[in-house]
Design a protein around this ligand. Structure first.
Ligand code: FRU
Length: 503
């Protein structure tokens, strides 16, 4: 055999691996959401440090820049002027000698209570958990502590506080995810912190010295897993403040794995008093987690969740990038009878990327209705608005030419919405992924409205003006390009609007 020069072989091997990389990348790109935030590359989980300042929405997030599976956490960063188009920014916070950078929040310290401000520049202050892996491995209990970093250039660059950590662990293994807000009537910062099976509230005049005020939740709500990522804020109802405490939980969600529960009640600057200790879920689907709201948006409260579930987040079938965020959602309070709920809807800014709609009225579902007869081949992402007259069983099937499909619908007998992804495409990467998930209908009356936001690998259902919400991800082997709607007992669609979504 002729002698093959070594450099030639190296080049061949290199080209081959580049080609493989390109193939993986292309394969992954078919699942990259088009209207949801996803990382340029590698792993993401929880949204962090959501803060609005000077016309810019900041989104920090749990990020492992070295791999597509969870690992030493950093705060990645993205910004947006409209919550719809996101710009990738450099990593904001890197691990240091105190630990890696776990979840937390950010505030605008308008009055410079922290003293970080200089020459009239308003500090943005990030409050986050530092996770000391070596302490955890050594079997200690105090490996999670709370630290600060600040920015004097409107969130572009961050400096860590030299006095970190500012809130030391009293010996609780799960002691993390500080969400801080300014409490106007007591003129103090309030931190909600997840501590295993409860939330601990702390107060501070300056974000540096923290005093424990109270605990909530040991015997309230769902306890099928550890409590994480809380958020405390108020929403207006008929001109009155109602306090909301969001508590994420993993596992123990209504459809297995991780999920977001909330409580409504009162907060007096020290103590949270719930109206009821029953659990309510902000999103019943399996794929909204660690959801929290933006700071500094006035009366408007905008919520964002991580669009995955700890059951399978590390093994979903993408490799170059992994996981995304939900669509940002506006929260409001709604009463059904005497009971109050949070309702969510996609932020109104979505209107910017909506096409002119195809509108179809009075569709009788005595036989299946194929949307493409009105729209031509269905294109994702899209938004569907449906108004139904009689709340009978129906299902909306989104499918591809391979016969893979996702079903979304309503089951009248059980008064439940459902999303079934058992035949949605790739499902075998984890044994609980292929499942049918359900959510109760809370709205009364037979008129029903649905908003469906369908991206290339996710669907978000907002039923009854957002009283029941479900988020699900899916991975078809070929893009979905068909939508048809059917009913086993002749449901009737008063009107349907179909919008394609694009930038
Ligand atoms: C929630 C969570 C947080 C933690 C972070 C670590 O998904 O487990 O409690 O701070 O993720 O990445």
């Amino acid at each position: 055999m002729k002698h093959i020069p070594c450099t030639f072989l190296i080049i061949v091997v290199l080209l081959h691996s580049l080609n493989l990389d390109a193939q993986t990348k292309n394969k992954d790109e078919i699942y990259r959401p088009k209207i949801h935030f996803s990382p340029k590359e590698k792993w993401i989980n929880d949204p962090n440090g959501l803060v609005y300042y000077k016309g810019v929405y900041h989104l920090f997030f749990q990020h492992h820049p070295g791999s597509s599976v969870w690992g030493p956490m950093h705060w990645g960063h993205a910004t947006s002027n409209d919550l719809v188009q996101w710009k990738h920014e450099p990593i904001a916070l890197f691990p240091d000698s105190i630990g890696t950078i776990f979840s937390g929040s950010a505030v605008v310290d308008m009055n410079n209570t922290s003293g970080f401000g200089m020459n009239g520049r308003v500090p943005l202050v990030a409050i986050y958990t530092q996770h000391d892996e070596s302490g955890e491995k050594a079997g200690r209990n105090n490996f999670q502590n709370q630290s600060l970093a600040y920015s004097l250039d409107n969130g572009k660059s961050w400096k860590k506080y030299s006095g970190n950590p500012v809130l030391k662990n009293p010996g609780i293994r799960d002691f993390r995810d500080p969400k801080v807000m300014w409490h106007g009537s007591s003129k103090k910062w309030i931190m909600s912190l997840a501590a295993a099976d409860r939330i601990i509230f702390y107060s501070s005049p300056d974000l540096k010295k923290w005093t424990k005020e109270s605990e909530f939740g040991e015997s309230a709500g769902a306890h099928g897993g550890v409590w994480e990522c809380p958020d405390l804020f108020s929403l207006q109802y008929n001109g009155k403040h109602v306090w909301v405490l969001i508590v994420n939980i993993n596992p123990g969600g209504p459809n297995k794995g991780s999920a977001t529960q909330y409580f409504l009640g009162d907060f007096d600057g020290k103590r949270f008093s719930p109206n009821s200790t029953n659990t309510k879920w902000l999103d019943y689907g399996p794929d909204e987690y660690a959801g929290i709201t933006w700071e500094n948006t006035g009366k408007r409260k905008i919520f964002l969740g991580w669009m995955s579930n700890w059951l399978y987040a590390n093994v979903v079938p993408t490799e170059t990038w992994r996981n995304a965020m939900t669509i940002p959602r506006d929260l409001k309070l709604v009463k059904v009878g005497n009971e109050m709920f949070i309702a969510s809807e996609p932020v109104k800014e979505i209107a910017k990327i909506k096409s002119t709609p195809v509108v179809v009225s009075n569709i009788s579902l005595s036989k299946a209705f194929d949307l493409s007869t009105k729209t031509g081949k269905v294109k994702l992402p899209c938004l569907l608005n449906l108004a139904l007259e009689n709340s009978n069983d129906f299902s909306i099937t989104i499918s591809n030419d391979k016969g893979e499909e996702l079903q979304i619908g309503y089951d009248k007998m059980n008064n439940q919405y459902f999303i079934d992804r058992t035949r949605s495409g790739k499902t075998d990467f984890q044994n609980e992924f292929a499942a049918r998930h359900t959510a109760p209908r809370f709205a009364a009356g037979s008129k029903m409205n649905l908003v469906l936001l369908i991206d290339v690998s996710s669907v978000e259902l907002f039923a009854d003006d957002g009283l029941t919400v479900m988020t699900e991800i899916f991975f078809p082997n070929q893009p979905y390009n068909r939508i048809y709607i059917q009913s086993s007992n002749a449901a009737f669609i008063k009107s349907l609007e179909y919008y394609t979504l694009g930038k």
